[in-house]
Design a protein around this ligand. Structure first.
Ligand code: FAD
Ligand code: MLT
Ligand code: ZN
Length: 465
């Protein structure tokens, strides 16, 4: 088998035998998939840049199913790739070689919801958008929202510690997840599915699994604290001439709107161009006037307009227009896939440095790149820097890396703000994490998964320094 660029050769795991298939078929009748056509989409990531060659896809329904699978695979030294909605962007969600894919797609039951505390407990395979719809009927919302909501699953969200569009207001999953049930590599079930707001009985083990990208255990259930649904939601789409003005608008907005602000996102004019070219989404603000009735919002918009921080804008109060405005931001990822091969960077930086990286990269690449765009979660100091070329081009890649990582490290930033390391970014970990921390990560991995069967070739670097 050929060796994908970002992976070492296949590690000496066993290969699946007819006896193994007999065992899987016995415990998962009708849910042990070996038909190559059915396996195809699970072997390729969302960006279509990483492709594995797994010949087995298992679809457990219960925690006990997962436990039996892992106990068996651990004993047989068979490698396993946990998979949720397969929307991950760093090549972590698909096998690199022939790892067995364990999909949580059928683990999609809501287990309980407490309408007094707002605590939801559900299986890991619940799709984020379905959870949102369930909660909205009960006057609550999920504390996270992202463009992939229609496919991504809560187990995948927790495993990647997904950030998304609401983190500014509701914080990260490290705060909102109250409990997890996890199956360890040897099949033991770790029941930390607490629904308590406070629990200081020793180490908070669930935190280890949040953001561990399927390398330490398979998350089978999640309990999460959900906020009340806001009584009204307004979306304002504003146009600024410069990133400096955008930051001043953000400061003004925070000062005047305070706790009612739930998101502050940005996309540059190059993103707008791609949305228009590839998805036919028109600029929603040309010629509009963003004045508004609600007092707080009105005062903010008046101030932003009169101080000339923003040139143009539009306000949505009805749900359908709000959705249209949000899709301008949420569909940049999709527009990029139509532009060419996408080199994706997800960087944390001090907020005043965010756009400088885009400008510097544009200058650095000159006409080597087709498009260089910046968008992301300004309020969280999280830039999505994306570059395209007509096809995958090693020369373009060599011009981007390590430039982008060195630039980030020089500002003490993070080379992965929210997408994780997966297959693609793991060997760049030292730009953002000290040697001792990576060594401790490796010790934890060895303790929880001594044979290394869980998501091999992901998250941890090839070389320990
Ligand atoms: P997958 O892609 O299937 O898996 C992701 C990782 O988690 C893999 O390493 C996998 O092995 C592991 N995994 C999955 N389920 C489990 C489990 N039950 N137990 C253990 N390990 C598991 N990310 C953000 O942070 N913010 C965004 O705003 C955002 N927007 C996106 C928009 C689009 C259009 C797309 C395509 C992706 C976006 N993402 C974003 C990236 C992605 O991380 C999230 O979509 C999501 O969290 C992944 O969930 P999933 O169920 O698809 O997981
Ligand atoms: C986003 O914020 O749109 C997502 O993280 C996806 C991406 O980076 O393209
Ligand atoms: Zn993002």
């Amino acid at each position: 088998k050929s060796c994908p660029a970002a992976a070492p050769g296949r590690l000496p795991f066993s290969t699946v035998t007819p006896d193994d298939l007999d065992f899987f078929r016995k415990i998962l009748p009708g849910r042990t998939i070996t038909d190559p056509d059915l396996l195809q989409s699970s072997n390729v990531d969302w960006l279509k840049t990483v492709k594995g060659s797994s010949e087995v896809l298992l679809r457990p329904r219960t925690t006990e199913d997962v436990s039996q699978i892992l106990r068996y695979c651990n004993r047989r030294n068979l490698a396993v790739n946990p998979q949720g909605g397969n929307t991950g962007l760093v090549g972590g969600s698909v096998p690199v070689y022939d790892e067995i894919i364990v999909s949580t797609a059928l683990m999609n039951n809501i287990l309980s919801f407490d309408s007094v505390s707002g605590i939801l407990t559900c299986q890991a395979g619940c799709v984020l958008e379905n959870l949102t719809l369930y909660l909205e009927e009960r006057d609550y919302i999920m504390p996270l929202d992202l463009g992939a909501k229609g496919s991504c699953q809560i187990g995948g969200n927790v495993s990647t510690n997904a950030g998304g569009l609401r983190l500014l207001r509701y914080g990260s999953l490290h705060g909102t997840v109250l409990g997890l049930e996890v199956v360890l590599a040897d099949g033991r079930v770790l029941d930390c599915l607490s629904t308590l707001r406070k629990d200081n009985t020793g180490y908070d083990l669930k935190q280890l699994f949040i953001g561990s990208e399927g390398t330490l255990g398979v998350i089978t259930a999640v309990s999460i604290l959900c906020p009340r649904k806001p009584k009204s939601v307004n979306v304002v789409f504003l146009g600024c001439e410069t990133f400096e003005q955008l930051l001043q608008t953000f400061q003004l907005c925070r000062g005047m709107l305070g706790e009612i602000l739930s998101a502050f996102e940005f996309l540059d004019s190059e993103c707008m161009r791609l949305l228009n070219t590839h998805l036919k989404l028109p600029n929603p603000i040309s010629g509009s006037d963003p004045r508004h009735d609600g007092e707080k919002l009105h005062n903010f918009l008046e101030e932003a307009m009169t101080s000339s921080l923003v040139n143009d804008g539009t306000v949505a109060t009805e749900e359908s227009k709000a959705k249209t405005l949000w899709s301008m931001r949420e569909r940049v990822t999709e527009a990029l896939t139509h532009d060419g091969y996408t080199y994706k960077y997800d960087i944390s930086l001090p907020v005043d440095r965010i756009y400088q990286l885009v400008t510097d990269m544009r200058e650095h690449l000159g006409d080597k790149a087709k498009s260089v765009v910046g968008y992301g979660h300004v309020g969280d100091g999280n830039l999505h820097l994306n570059i395209t070329s007509p096809t995958k081009d090693p020369e373009v890649l060599a011009a981007i890396e390590p430039f982008v990582y060195e630039w980030t490290a020089s500002c003490q930033g993070s080379i992965s703000a929210e997408h994780g390391l997966g297959l693609k970014k793991r060997n760049y970990i030292y730009y953002s994490k000290p040697r001792q921390a990576v060594a401790l990560m490796s010790d934890i991995k060895a303790m929880l998964d001594p044979k290394g069967i869980l998501n091999p070739y992901k998250t941890l670097p090839d070389n320990l320094k």
